[in-house]
Design a protein around this ligand. Structure first.
Ligand SMILES: O=C(O)CCC(=O)C(=O)O
Length: 493
């Protein structure tokens, strides 16, 4: 039944008087609505929901219910609505048990760097901001960049090692900058400093099933970075690790094969800025997150599984707020998602790939990635800094720009309103057009109306049309991202 036809039908007279009638009507409304906004509009304007009690509360509840009941209901006219689900597939999905509705990952294209045609297709994907797995990346020649080699080179050097409870095996970095302190979060990941040989001893014990102090350890240490002088000149500086090894990384042809230069020049990778060495026991998981830079992750030893989701998938991942210590990380766990709490995740799509020793993965900036070590692993990555557009030349903007725009918007709102008001403001921003005048408007501070208009004006410059702005707010800055999180007392006052 199309929504228009549904609206033409007379409403049941009891609906405005009895909450119970709503229970009968809700499934019908949900299956007829193209999207939750349309449902929201019908409930507020047509059905006269205000009779049911505090209106906003009731509407919110119903919209949440709708999302739970019909996780595949898509926004009509959303700028991101690129994979519309047919009504039949929605019904089918709703009938399936939750586990079978988990996202299916596609396998990632793999190209052979030893052929001109492979390099050309890698360049094409890097230019388009798409991930790609590069095989025959010409690693592991001489010297063999494996753990034994690094052990011999690095011996007594101090390195940064993360630890987490061995039972969890999940390494999630909690961000501690002042921007990230507004929410309560229980971090169980700690950073320790230890000599490289001490870490290797620990690693070998972990391989034998012994976890000192019940904790699993994962070496993640910055190897070298590019520093800029005031003159604009730059140089490569060692971080924690000895100059000699840094030089070898820089000059070793097996780490700098010709295709890499070509990728940088022709693919627009950006300027190399930082490298990190990752050495993990089998079974360790680096929890899903985004980075702000393009990344080449070279596998030196062992095997990893990587799941990648594009930046627009943020709309299915319920990102932590920007002022939360877990900023840049989804709230939903992508391995065992709670679809009751995070129903939009059922729509997520992504890629899965297996990274073998000697291969290299291009992870474009702002792509979500979760990395599982399937065996003891050593990887070295190269982050490349590239510029962001200051004005938009393409409409809609590219995926990475869109997610960055959402982050910038959220940060500006936190600066203006404080972390404690952001969820209510976003609720207001999404629904103000549908609110009737009068008593409801008093619920929100008057200046929010101006702030909202200003926000729409700015976003229009980036997105080109008002419906796109609405779609953008609905997809990336939906207030449901904040439900159930606890602000620190200071942030509330
Ligand atoms: O290999 C890992 O565990 C994580 C790598 C990663 O997140 C990165 O290179 O950005």
């Amino acid at each position: 039944m199309a929504m228009a036809g549904f609206l033409d039908r007379p409403l049941p007279p009891a609906l405005e008087e009895y909450d119970d009638a709503l229970h009968e009507w809700l499934p019908l409304l949900v299956s007829a609505a193209q999207d939750t906004r349309q449902l929201h509009r019908v409930l507020t304007h047509k059905v006269g929901l205000s009779k049911l009690g505090p209106r906003q509360l009731a509407v919110n509840l119903i919209v949440q219910l709708a999302e739970r009941r019909a996780p595949l209901v898509r926004r009509h006219g959303s700028l991101l609505n690129s994979r519309p689900a047919s009504r039949d597939s929605r019904r089918h999905a709703a009938a399936q048990p939750a586990l079978e509705r988990l996202p299916q990952w596609q396998s990632l294209p793999r190209v052979d760097c030893s052929t001109a045609c492979g390099v050309a297709s890698a360049i094409d994907r890097v230019r388009r901001g798409l991930p790609v797995l590069l095989s025959n990346a010409s690693l592991r020649r001489d010297p063999r960049w494996d753990i034994d080699f690094l052990h011999a080179e690095l011996g007594a050097r101090q390195c940064s090692v993360l630890s987490c409870p061995a039972a969890s095996r999940v390494f999630t970095v909690f961000r501690s900058g002042s921007q990230h302190g507004a929410y309560e979060a229980n971090g169980d990941v700690r950073v320790e400093e230890m000599a490289f040989h001490q870490f290797v001893r620990c690693l070998r014990e972990q391989e034998a099933g012994h976890f000192e102090g019940g904790r699993m350890r994962y070496l993640q240490t910055h190897l070298m970075e590019r520093l800029y002088a005031e003159s604009g000149e730059s140089c490569v500086a060692p971080r924690q690790l000895p100059e000699g090894v840094v030089r070898r990384v820089l000059t070793d042809a097996s780490l700098h094969p010709p295709w890499l230069q070509q990728l940088r020049r022709e693919g627009g990778l950006g300027e190399w800025c930082l490298s990190t060495l990752w050495i993990s026991p089998g079974d360790a998981c680096s929890r899903c997150h985004i980075d702000l830079h393009n990344n080449l992750l070279l596998q030196l030893e062992g095997r990893k599984r990587v799941v990648l989701l594009d930046p627009l998938e943020a709309r299915h991942l319920y990102l932590h707020p920007i002022s939360h210590p877990l900023d840049m990380r989804p709230r939903v766990c992508i391995k065992s998602p709670d679809l009751e709490q995070f129903p939009r995740f059922a729509e997520a799509r992504g890629f899965e790939t297996f990274l073998e020793a000697g291969e290299c993965l291009f992870i474009p900036r702002m792509w979500f990635h979760e990395v599982d070590s399937l065996t003891t692993s050593a990887s070295l990555n190269f982050w490349f800094e590239s510029t962001w557009p200051s004005i938009v030349s393409d409409l809609p903007p590219s995926m990475d720009v869109m997610l960055q725009l959402a982050r910038d918007t959220e940060l500006a709102l936190v600066d203006t309103l404080g972390a404690c008001h952001i969820a209510s403001f976003l609720q207001f921003a999404l629904t103000a057009d549908e609110e009737s005048s009068g008593a409801d408007e008093c619920k929100y501070p008057a200046r929010w109306t101006y702030l909202r208009e200003e926000l729409f004006e700015i976003l229009l410059g980036w997105l080109g049309a008002r419906e796109r702005v609405e779609g953008f707010l609905f997809d990336f800055l939906h207030p449901h991202r904040f439900i159930g999180l606890h602000l620190k007392t200071a942030a509330k006052s």
